[in-house]
Design a protein around this ligand. Structure first.
Ligand SMILES: Nc1nc2c(ncn2[C@@H]2O[C@H](COP(=O)(O)OP(=O)(O)OP(=O)(O)O)[C@@H](O)[C@H]2O)c(=O)[nH]1
Ligand SMILES: [Mg+2]
Length: 318
C-alpha cells in the first residue's frame, strides 16, 4: 500500500450503509474421530437432516456441506461435515483422509468435535496436531459432545481436558442428539465468520446432489441393520428417480457388496433383510421427497469397489 493513501482519513459511511450492517459468512470444517457425533451436530446446527448418522464408525464418506442461515439473513455458516479421521486402510479411506486435510486448510474456523463420554485419547491428539499443522490461523472451537451421558462433574472434567489441548481456542459443552448447547455454539460460530456476502441462497440446506442424498438415506438403513465388515463394504448407487403420472416417485438403486457372502447377508433369509431395509428406506425417502415412493433395490457384487479410483470418482468420493 502507498503510505500517503494509508494516511488519508477513512470516509464516514453513508447513513444507508450504516443502517445495514455487513453480512458474515464462511466455511467451517468439522473434525473429529469416527462416531463422536459430527454428522449429528452438523444436522443440529443446520436444523435439518443433511448427513446420515449411525453408531457404526466411518458412516460419513463424502464431505457434505450443510448451510445454516440467520432468519434475518445477517450471517451464514457453511458447515462441512467430514469423515472421521483414522488411519487409512484402503484407497477409499485414503481419499477421505486427504479430503479432510484439504477442507480444514480452507476453513474460516474449525469445529473440533470430541466425545465427552469417551474422553480424550490418542486419536483426538492426532487430529489436534493435524489441525495445528494444516491451518494454525483459523480459530478452533471445540465441541465436547454427548454430555447427556455425563453428570455435572463428568462434564466439567471433560471440558477441562478439552481446554488443555493446545490447538483449542474455545470449548462448548453439547448434546447434539438432544440439542443442548447447539444454539450457543451456532451464535458463537456466526460471530467468528468474516464479513462477506451469503454464499448460498438462504433456503438451501445442502450441496449434495439429490440422488446422492437419497442413496445415503438408503445406506443409513443398511448401516443400522448390519455389523462387522458389512457397513464398510456397502455402497448404494441410485440409478434413477422418476416421477410417475400417478404422483408416485420411482427410485431404483443398486446396493453393492464386495463378495457373494456379503450379498447373501444383505438379502437375508428369504429376502427378509433387503425387505426390511427397503421398507424403512422408503419411509425416509417419502419424508425427504414429500411424495409416495416406489423403491426398487437390487443387491449386486462389485468386488474391490473401495480400491477402484475411477469408480470412487464417479461416486463423488474425492
Ligand atoms: N448420547 C448421545 N449420542 C450421540 C450424540 N450425538 C451423536 N450421538 C450418537 O453417536 C453415534 C455417531 O453419530 P454420528 O453423527 O454418525 O457420528 P460421526 O462423528 O459423524 O461419525 P462418522 O461419520 O463415522 O465419522 C450415533 O449413534 C449418534 O446417535 C449425543 O449428543 N449424545
Ligand atoms: Mg458422520
Amino acid at each position: 500500500m502507498r503510505p500517503k493513501e494509508a494516511m488519508r482519513p477513512v470516509p464516514e459511511p453513508s447513513p444507508d450503509v450504516r443502517s445495514a450492517p455487513p453480512t458474515r459468512s464462511g466455511f467451517i470444517g468439522l473434525a473429529g474421530r469416527p462416531n463422536v457425533g459430527k454428522s449429528t451436530l452438523a444436522n443440529a446446527l443446520v436444523g435439518s437432516k443433511v448427513a446420515i448418522v449411525s453408531d457404526r464408525p466411518q458412516t460419513t464418506r463424502r464431505a457434505v456441506r450443510g448451510v445454516a442461515t440467520a432468519p434475518d439473513g445477517s450471517w451464514q455458516l457453511v458447515l462441512t461435515d467430514l469423515p472421521g479421521v483414522q488411519k487409512p486402510r484402503d484407497v477409499l479411506t485414503e481419499r477421505m483422509q486427504r479430503r479432510v486435510e484439504r477442507e480444514l486448510a480452507g476453513s474460516d474456523a474449525v469445529l473440533f468435535v470430541l466425545d465427552g463420554e469417551q474422553g480424550i485419547g490418542p486419536g483426538d491428539r492426532f487430529i489436534a496436531s493435524m489441525i495445528a499443522a494444516g491451518r494454525p490461523e483459523a480459530p478452533v472451537v471445540c465441541a465436547v459432545n454427548k454430555i447427556d451421558r455425563l453428570g455435572r462433574p463428568g462434564t466439567v472434567a471433560a471440558l477441562a481436558a478439552a481446554a488443555e489441548l493446545e490447538v483449542v481456542d474455545e470449548v462448548f459443552p453439547l448434546s447434539a442428539r438432544r440439542g443442548t448447547g447447539v444454539a450457543e455454539l451456532r451464535a458463537r460460530l456466526a460471530e467468528l465468520m468474516p464479513a462477506g456476502p451469503l454464499l448460498y441462497p438462504p433456503g438451501e440446506r445442502t450441496d449434495l446432489p439429490s440422488e446422492v442424498h437419497l442413496g445415503e438415506l438408503i445406506r443409513e438403513q443398511i448401516l443400522r441393520r448390519t455389523r462387522e465388515e458389512i457397513p464398510h463394504a456397502v455402497e448404494v448407487a441410485v440409478d434413477s428417480v422418476t416421477g410417475r403420472a400417478d404422483g408416485i416417485v420411482e427410485v431404483r438403486a443398486d446396493v453393492w457388496a464386495e463378495s457373494q457372502s456379503q450379498k447373501a447377508i444383505l438379502i437375508g433369509k428369504g429376502g427378509r433383510m433387503i425387505r426390511d431395509v427397503g421398507t424403512a428406506a422408503r419411509r425416509e425417502l417419502e419424508r425427504e421427497l414429500g411424495a409416495r415412493v416406489y423403491l426398487d433395490l437390487r443387491v449386486r457384487v462389485r468386488e474391490g469397489w473401495r480400491r477402484d479410483d475411477s469408480l470412487l470418482d464417479r461416486l463423488g468420493i474425492d
